[in-house]
Design a protein around this ligand. Structure first.
Ligand code: ZN
Ligand code: ZN
Length: 389
């Protein structure tokens, strides 16, 4: 592919592949990325960069200064998933039940590659913070880094994130201004009735019927309370209760997730959950206890930062290969926590060459090494645009 060859040497591409496969073979999950963080730290120290470790346990930041100019933050995630790898690749996971199935091994290697190039060539004026974060999957490592003072210790004029997309052709990018990925919240509802012989329902308080009514009532938040032009998903994913045919159980547990793009919808949804639970409680006589857990905020791309990301991607991939109206997705990312603290833009980069590669979070998924040069070139171009020499 011609887009990255100009910028990234064959030697650096091979180096990135070596890092990527090493990290791939040793996947570590949320806040346990000890070996990965050590590899990243030592590689950055070898480049001569100062490195601050132990931010959100295994997170780290390296800084490269080159004269006076703007400050840019570039973020890569380092964590793996609790999936048993089935790729059979020579560099497949050595740890049973753990796997780099989201390509964070590639993200880490690309940012390291960009750091090496930028350190050696310095085609910019300003400061770069290379942010390597733990625990993107489920645990919100980005939130912990922000809470531990990421942007107070390393103030950035803007922060940027990138994710590989195995459903998009290699050499293509997707981005949009405003909300791009949804917020994700979770709920657990415990319904406690009074157990009884199933033949004598009048002597108990039925948690199953109360639970069934609750599931249907929750569906009305989307269909009756929410503006259809503002997307919302309410999914009940778990309904547990009862052990046998002839007993009304005392307890039912319902779990699920809500996804949306706006904070207003998010708050309205939570409020409706509370109201519906109170309503079902008084109607059924069972006790309904709601635990509504706020997960990740929406990934919302700030306008100016997005323009920089678009220009950089267009420079690397060509204007026609950058979709600036990338469709919104109901999936989530913890990069939104960083964007709440600092203007930022998140871009997706296509990695597909056959159109039939396994998608992320699949045991057959593998990050496409042919995309390493492209990702690194994007970071480098972004720095050149944001911090012109
Ligand atoms: Zn993932
Ligand atoms: Zn991911």
């Amino acid at each position: 592919m011609s887009f990255s060859q100009n910028l990234i040497s064959k030697e650096l591409t091979q180096q990135m592949q070596q890092w990527r496969r090493d990290i791939h073979a040793h996947p570590e999950t949320a806040f346990e990325e000890v070996r990965t963080a050590k590899l990243v730290e030592e590689t950055l120290l070898d480049m001569g960069l100062p490195v601050e470790t132990g931010i959100a346990q295994t997170g780290l930041v390296a800084t490269l200064k080159n004269g006076a100019g703007p400050t840019i933050g570039l973020r890569a995630d380092m964590d793996a998933l609790d999936i048993h790898e089935l790729t059979g690749k020579p560099y497949a996971s050595k740890y049973p039940g753990k796997m780099h199935a989201c390509g964070h091994d590639g993200h880490t290697a690309m940012l390291l590659g960009a750091a090496r190039y930028l350190t050696e060539h310095r085609p910019f004026k300003g400061t770069i913070h290379f942010i390597f974060q733990p625990a993107e999957e489920n645990e919100g490592g980005a939130r912990v880094m922000v809470e531990e003072g990421l942007f107070e210790r390393f103030p950035c004029d803007a922060v940027f994130g990138l994710h590989n997309a195995p459903r998009m052709p290699l050499g293509h990018f997707g981005i949009r201004t405003g909300p791009m990925l949804s917020a994700s919240d979770f709920f657990e509802i415990e319904i406690t009735g009074t157990g009884a012989h199933a033949a004598y329902p009048q002597s108990g308080t039925d948690a199953i019927v109360a639970g069934a009514q609750l599931v249907l009532a929750l569906q009305q938040i989307v269909s009756r309370n929410n503006d259809p032009l503002n997307p919302l998903v309410v999914s009940v994913t778990e309904f547990r209760g009862g052990d046998t045919w002839n007993v009304l159980p005392e307890k039912v547990v319902i779990r699920g997730t809500c996804r949306c793009f706006s904070e207003e919808v998010r708050h309205q949804t939570k409020k409706r959950f509370e109201e519906i639970c109170t309503g079902i409680q008084s109607q059924s006589g069972a006790t309904v206890q709601l635990n509504y857990i706020e997960g990740y905020p929406a990934t919302v791309n700030e306008e100016k930062a997005t323009q920089y990301a678009i220009r950089a991607a267009q420079q690397i991939a060509g204007k026609e290969r950058v979709n600036t109206e990338c469709p919104q997705r109901m999936g989530s990312e913890d990069f939104g926590f960083m964007q709440q603290a600092c203007p930022g833009a998140y871009i997706v980069m296509g990695t597909s060459e056959t159109g039939s590669e396994a998608n992320v979070h699949n045991p057959y998924y593998d990050f496409n090494d042919n995309a390493l040069g492209l990702g690194a070139a994007y970071w480098i171009e972004l720095v050149k645009q944001f911090c012109p020499a």
